[in-house]
Design a protein around this ligand. Structure first.
Ligand code: GLU
Length: 467
């Protein structure tokens, strides 16, 4: 039987890290088994679902290349089918109409809690013949005794007493079906062989297994993935910073870094940290998913991102960097200058946004000097050194690394000072104190006109602050 997995988000918000990881594991498993991966939009809660959220989920999956193998299935398109299944259960006596009021249910609950019992519906309407015309919900008859079990691919054997379960509402008073019903009908109709989802659904699984049995269908295999915690050990939430996957795209993370990071969040393969997409597909296994919750660690994500920034194709980085430069007011193209800037700066940044920030000086005059760098470079009186090197640079026939290097060396010799006495103030004058590669290369990339203008500006600034 060929494997079919699915990702079944409720479109009530962006694609968060936990959802993206669930999607990744379902996608990886399908890819590895030569199977198919399907996206199902669980939009039955129409008050909380939105088209914008659907688009955000699609965009997040697209960014991470978690491409489904079919058009998304929308639950709101399938109400007739759910209704037919509910009616089938009613006709078979496996479900019943219930008219218990919210007041009665609340009173029952209070009574049970007072008697230190687990609150559950007492089945009052099971044997009452409620007419279809009366406002009602439909409940599924759970077996009252015995137990129900399954072998979770991550957690192992799980068993539950049937008396823990109560008669589940499968259709609300307004006629809409509930999650546990729709998920069973869809997973069956879509031929899902492996349900890989967050372990917040683990308590629903026994209920769903009873529905499969009542409908005469085989249950799929289940794998429940532990949740993601924040660094402080509590459930990951906005409090811990961004939880939307697309936020990380905006912040300048590479999708392969995010994918690698999410894969390692709760899954491991020996000590290996860096995985290409192909390696993930090759090595992924549900059995190797941790049973304990994983903690989100931004430092590790940054470390991975830096790794991928170092190794990505320069031409691709150039395209990806353009919006980050534009956000700083730098409108350029992915030309040879940008390629050279990336080659010079890429090892010094851990996000694209950071790479843009530390590369802005190649395009823009520096507005202010980074204080620490300026303190060091401008101590003593650097003005004569700057003036002389400015003159020599202005007189060069060609603007190349070798000629620039010679102009600096000649200044050092003429002034009889150490190399740093010229090179340091010159570097800070031109870069503002941003991290930069060797001086002659930096100046070549900044260009002669901008270099001379910035030296003049630094001299001006030093003379003024001296006065
Ligand atoms: N729609 C459910 C959710 O967003 C997932 C259901 C499932 O995977 O079975 O939590």
């Amino acid at each position: 039987m060929s494997v079919i997995t699915r990702f079944a988000p409720s479109p009530t918000g962006y694609l968060h890290l936990g959802g993206a990881r669930t999607a990744l594991f379902a996608w990886l498993y399908a890819r590895q088994q030569g199977g198919r991966f399907i996206l199902r939009i669980e939009d039955t809660d129409q008050a909380r679902s939105s088209e914008a959220a659907v688009q955000a989920i699609l965009a997040g999956m697209d960014w991470l290349s978690l491409t489904p193998d079919a058009e998304p299935v929308y639950q709101t398109h399938r109400f007739a089918r759910y209704d037919a299944v509910i009616n089938q259960l009613l006709a078979a006596g496996l479900a019943y109409r219930c008219t218990c009021s919210p007041e009665r249910l609340a009173a029952l609950r209070a009574e049970q809690l007072a008697a230190k019992q687990k609150p559950r519906y007492d089945g009052l309407c099971r044997n009452r013949q409620v007419a279809a015309e009366q406002p009602h919900v439909v409940r599924f008859c759970q077996p009252a005794t015995g137990d129900v079990g399954f072998v979770d691919q991550v957690r192992g054997a799980i068993q539950m007493q049937n008396q823990e379960l109560d008669d589940l509402i499968i259709r609300r008073t307004d006629g809409t079906p509930t999650y546990n019903l729709t998920v069973v009908v869809d997973d069956h109709d879509m031929g899902i062989t492996h349900v890989i989802r967050g372990d917040d659904h683990i308590n629903n699984t026994p209920r769903q297994i009873h529905l499969y049995r009542a409908l005469g269908w085989d249950s799929p295999t289940f794998a429940h993935i532990p949740m993601i915690l924040g660094e402080d050990g509590s459930r990951l939430s906005k409090r811990h910073g961004a939880v939307s996957v697309l936020h990380y795209r905006e912040a300048g993370f590479l999708p392969e870094a995010m994918l690698n990071y999410l894969a390692r969040l709760g899954w491991s393969h020996g000590d290996q940290e860096i995985f290409s997409q192909d390696q993930l597909i090759q090595h992924f296994s549900l059995a190797a998913v941790n049973t304990a919750p994983a903690s989100f660690n931004l430092k590790k994500l940054l470390w991975l991102n830096q790794h991928y920034l170092k190794t990505a194709e320069t031409t691709r980085l150039a395209e990806l960097l353009l919006p980050h430069l534009a956000a700083l007011g730098i409108h350029t193209t992915a030309d040879t200058k940008l390629h050279a800037v990336i080659a010079a700066q890429r090892e010094r940044a851990d996000t694209l946004a950071e790479l843009a920030r530390i590369s802005a000086f190649y395009y823009q005059d520096v507005a202010t000097f980074e204080p620490k760098a300026a303190r060091k470079a401008f101590k003593g009186n650097p003005v004569p050194a700057l003036q002389q090197v400015q003159e020599r640079l202005a007189a060069l026939d060609t603007w190349q690394q070798a000629t620039i290097h010679q102009a600096v060396a000649d200044t050092v010799a003429a002034l009889e000072v150490g190399f740093g006495k010229v090179a340091l103030p010159l570097r800070v004058a031109v870069t503002g104190g941003m991290p930069s590669p060797e001086l002659d290369l930096t100046l070549v990339l900044v260009g002669r006109t901008a270099t001379l203008r910035r030296i003049a500006h630094a001299i001006d600034y030093l003379l003024k602050s001296d006065a």
